[in-house]
Design a protein around this ligand. Sequence first.
Ligand SMILES: *Cc1c(COP(=O)(O)O)cnc(C)c1O
Length: 383
Amino acid sequence: MAVASKNKLRRYPSVDDMLMALNPSYPVMCFWPDLCADVVRQFTSGFPGKVMYAVKCNPHPLMLSAIYGAGIRSFDTASLGEIALINELFDDVSCYFNHPVKGRAAIESAVRVFGIRDFVVDHPAELDKLTAIAQPDAAIQVRLRTPSGVATFDLSAKFGADPAMAVELLQSVDARGYRPALSFHVGSQCVVPKAYRTALEIVADVIDKSGVTPAYINVGGGFPACGMEQTPPPLGDYFDEIRKASAQFGFSGEIPLICEPGRAIVARAASLVVQVHLRKDDRLYLNDGVFGCLSELVYGGIIPPMRPVRMGKPHSDELQPFTLFGPTCDSSDVAPSQFALPVDMAEGDWIEIRDIGAYSNALQTNFNGFHTDTFVEIHPELG
Ligand SMILES: *Cc1c(COP(=O)(O)O)cnc(C)c1O
């Protein structure tokens, strides 16, 4: 297993130890592999089926290695790049190519180079494309559209077949001799456990109308991360809802379930440590921003917890609201809401932005030459 081969892996007992060692004027992403492994174990012990990880959420090799180390051997991948990454890091794993729209060349490479046997479609034209290339033993999941309004990020506006089309697709997959399966995604950061029951009810209806028994049902991701401003229901409530609904609809014991969470597994397992490079009154200019690892402050409206850090003398207890700007020259590189920080914030102070493991480094750009490329691991047991 190759881990972070180019960069020397740096481990510290705490964020403050990292700051003392590196005194960084550049942003540092800090991963807690143990926190990540804890959540993986909550899934593998609580979810009534197989647990995969959605690579897009945080594809950093350190995070992937923590997830692999906790026992995950199947990965939800959306591109040839993700499939190659997983296959370069690990030997004994399988990738599911779960993007509903794939280039022909990508399908060919996925099949011929990587031996992929699980795919997703949500349209007859994609099914034609796929069955011209995929091996006959492949499983083809029909992705269902689910109702919106239960999650922070809707993932059914772009993808997903309505029930009538799903019935046709499922029958067509079956008739062509492939293994039919069903999948959905209730939307990311879903705060309503019942959303999975609603989706499984649609699944039951599609199975009933098609007369086709799927090889498996993939309930997707969407499980929420806690630690942000809202406190979502515990993961156990989601697992109970899924277990009860699948018993009620007659799946349990009959049709295997799969889930493919991203956010819930990695969100709390990372902090981003940024430095204040200039203060102008109530404006702080930081070295990472919304074109970097903080785009979900805009697109998801997330409000991550922040901890100001200064080596030596402590900050004032008195707080005031600050506007946080990122490093690029674009005026839109700013956090959409203000954050309460000590009144004596100054150049050189750091801010630890917590619970930022999901959709952070995965989405950063190189805009203006700014890029967060220092990743370290925090191991409290080293302290
Ligand atoms: C993004 C995505 C996931 C992961 O979603 P989370 O909300 O991060 O758990 C899983 N499956 C598919 C198909 C996705 O697009």
